[in-house]
Design a binder for this molecule. Sequence first.
Ligand SMILES: NC(=O)C1=CN([C@@H]2O[C@H](COP(=O)(O)OP(=O)(O)OC[C@H]3O[C@@H](n4cnc5c(N)ncnc54)[C@H](OP(=O)(O)O)[C@@H]3O)[C@@H](O)[C@H]2O)C=CC1
Ligand SMILES: Nc1nc2c(ncn2[C@@H]2O[C@H](COP(=O)(O)O)[C@@H](O)[C@H]2O)c(=O)[nH]1
Ligand SMILES: [K+]
Length: 346
Amino acid sequence: MRIEQDLKLDFKDVLIRPKRSTLSSRSEVDISREYTFLHSGRKYRGVPIVAANMDVTGTFEMATALDKQMLATALHKHYDDDALVAHFSALPDNATRFYSMGIGAADMAKFRRVMERAGPAIKSVCIDVANGYTKAFVDFIHSLREAYPALTIMAGNVVTGEMTEELVLGGADIVKVGIGPGSVCTTRKMTGVGYPQLSAIIECADAAHGLGGLICADGGCTTPGDVAKAFGGGADFVMLGGMLAGHDECGGQLEEVDGVRKMRFYGMSSRIAMQKYAGGVAEYRASEGKEVLIDYRGPVENTLQDLLGGVRSACTYVGARKLKELSKRTTFIRVSQQLNEVFGKS
Ligand SMILES: NC(=O)C1=CN([C@@H]2O[C@H](COP(=O)(O)OP(=O)(O)OC[C@H]3O[C@@H](n4cnc5c(N)ncnc54)[C@H](OP(=O)(O)O)[C@@H]3O)[C@@H](O)[C@H]2O)C=CC1
Ligand SMILES: Nc1nc2c(ncn2[C@@H]2O[C@H](COP(=O)(O)O)[C@@H](O)[C@H]2O)c(=O)[nH]1
Ligand SMILES: [K+]
């Protein structure tokens, strides 16, 4: 047993220190980014925020709404072949869509079938497993890269520099970072495993960038300020679940509880998700996700305005004319309190 003494940070432990700036309006900030992916060689341009591949948020409807602002969507993996082929075949040119899958034989068989029918339209995939530290996962990335050299591969999740390097070297263009920070995640509670998300981002970004790779910070953002901190810490993409839940574009029905409109949101490893897609929880494991009822928030467009406005504003506070400059201009200061909650939490 060892104890690492370095302090690790979460979003709540820091604020971004303001810096002198020549920007006179938030409208002057460009929050899009351009990347050329290390392995696929493909070019990307967009606002590097990605809807999570959860069945509530990674929907076709969400993707279409996010396209308007050039955000990306990782579609959930439970759509059938025909639906995926139809969606990818009709994709607008500048839309960023990740086809998501796990690493099982059935996942791969389905991917091959869909690729055969929609091939050139599928440019990016998201290989998503709870535990990105297994040999089976690394081997899967290697063989996928070998079979599809021109595919942009996002893969995770991991939280440490050495595993980020292994995945970048093994064929991932984007390493997905985050174990246990999610809004409906119970991994830390059930297993005691995890890593404070801001430190994970800082350390994994450093490791990936050293090799020409990128990272996607996945999970734990609860406010636009957290998203700004993730970018400030070095994230190239930020993936959001909870912040995009509760909208018209989400999977799931509106429910009324005591006269208040609510929507259901749950982890992909929750009991309810396993019942829906796997016929229940396997006898040797526990669920690592929970289900919540959240307030209905209308069309996602309004939430996007808040989100993007917040990130633009963060950029002006540190004098970053482009999102690209935000991490270079970010100094985090450690804090013991960051919000005044005298009138409540919002
Ligand atoms: N970012 C995070 O912290 C987490 C995210 N999730 C999300 O939920 C989805 C479903 O997760 P889940 O059904 O738990 O698993 P996955 O879909 O990630 O399972 C992938 C494979 O890994 C094996 N495996 C070995 N050890 C583990 C482990 N500790 N946790 C999970 N799988 C393991 C599983 O086999 P076997 O089932 O036989 O063990 C399975 O074959 C994930 O794809 C992810 O999106 C879930 C948990 C954590
Ligand atoms: N441990 C678990 N993590 C999960 C589960 N379902 C999804 N996730 C992860 O959370 C993020 C989204 O985080 P949020 O804070 O933005 O809501 C998602 O992309 C997954 O990585 C789960 O059941 N258990
Ligand atoms: K995910």
